[in-house]
Write a new protein. Structure first.
Length: 330
């Protein structure tokens, strides 16, 4: 009799475990195996191809963008850009809501002396294979004069392009481009917020509610509202790397992937938690967000998996109690 009771209880617990799947593991680190990629300076998770990351060399490589498989570290496509000038110092890459890839030829190792820099844009390929594509080139200037910059981010909802400069003349800053980039003239980027980080790269979360800025040895997370960073949420963990250069969110927004320069450089994950999680990635959080990353205020929804598991557990408990009463009557 007692064995039967234990079996019934165990069955209830087992049903609970089956009905409540484990939280998905964060992605593994991977090593970029392509010997042509020696100065990986930017990183962007593909929107069209799960598990694929776009990257590029820093300089002296030519107009090439590489698609790297995050499961194997193998290059699955090299895209050659045509219709642009000779790249000078490519530092950043980002994927926009229009399905286009934006490449920032924005570096200026001479301390901010070039009177203009460039942004290149091309559609993310539907098929992953070596190809040559025609890119659009945009001329860029800063309203406050030349800057050295290594971070370019495209907001995933509004499509607006932002550039973060390195610290100089008292500090780094975040600059916003016009609502839409134009090929008919110079696109002037204007300062919208100070950034107290020696920025080597940055990225928006997929839902647009978080902005991360990384440096060689650290990173900070910001809550994004009304076209600017509203709150400094705090520092984010950064792995030890040879030369920390790049960062991107995974498509689910729960993990940051950090890249580095160097031969066979490693891309490493760091999971997020608490306020650092984008709104859409929080358990029971409001999944909707406005164009500027604002989230609606409503009653929090219970996680469906938790509810299902709880109901199964209650059913198992009721079964045990009923059996116990049945055998007592005998």
């Amino acid at each position: 009799m007692r064995s039967l009771l234990y079996a019934a209880g165990a069955a209830g617990i087992l049903l609970c475990a089956v009905a409540t799947p484990a939280v998905a593991d964060e992605p593994d680190s991977f090593t970029i195996g392509d010997s042509r990629i020696t100065e990986s300076s930017g990183l962007a998770a593909s929107r069209a191809h799960p598990g694929i990351y776009w990257t590029h060399n820093d300089s002296d490589d030519g107009p090439y963008i590489y698609a790297v498989d995050g499961r194997t570290g193998r290059t699955v496509a090299r895209i050659t850009l045509r219709g642009i000038g000779a790249p000078r110092d490519v530092e950043a890459i980002s994927v926009g809501p229009d399905g286009d890839i934006y490449v920032g030829d924005i570096g200026d190792n001479l301390g901010g002396t070039w009177d203009h820099v460039w942004i290149y844009r091309f559609p993310e390929p539907k098929q992953l294979r070596d190809a040559t594509v025609t890119a659009t080139q945009f001329d860029v200037k800063y309203a406050e004069g030349a800057r050295d910059a290594e971070a370019l981010m495209v907001h995933p909802k509004t499509g607006r392009v932002y550039i973060a400069s390195k610290k100089q003349d008292g500090g780094g800053a975040l600059f916003a481009g016009p609502r839409r980039l134009s090929t008919s003239g110079t696109n002037v980027f204007r300062k919208v917020a100070p950034i107290d980080v020696w920025v080597t790269d940055g990225a928006f979360s997929p839902d647009g509610t978080r902005l991360v800025m990384r440096s060689y040895f650290g990173a900070r997370m910001y809550r994004w509202q009304h076209d600017k960073p509203k709150d400094d949420i705090g520092s984010v963990g950064v792995p030890i790397q040879q030369q920390g250069e790049s960062v991107t969110f995974t498509p689910d927004g729960r993990t940051l992937m950090y890249g580095s320069e160097g031969d066979h450089s490693e891309v490493k994950p760091v999971g997020l938690s608490g306020d650092q999680l984008p709104e859409s990635a929080k358990e029971g959080g409001d999944q909707g967000s406005g164009a500027n990353g604002d989230t609606g205020k409503g009653s929090p929804d219970l996680d469906p998996t938790f509810v299902k598991g709880a109901l199964v557990f209650i059913a198992g408990t009721v079964l045990v109690v009923a059996l116990r009463r049945l055998f007592r009557r005998r």
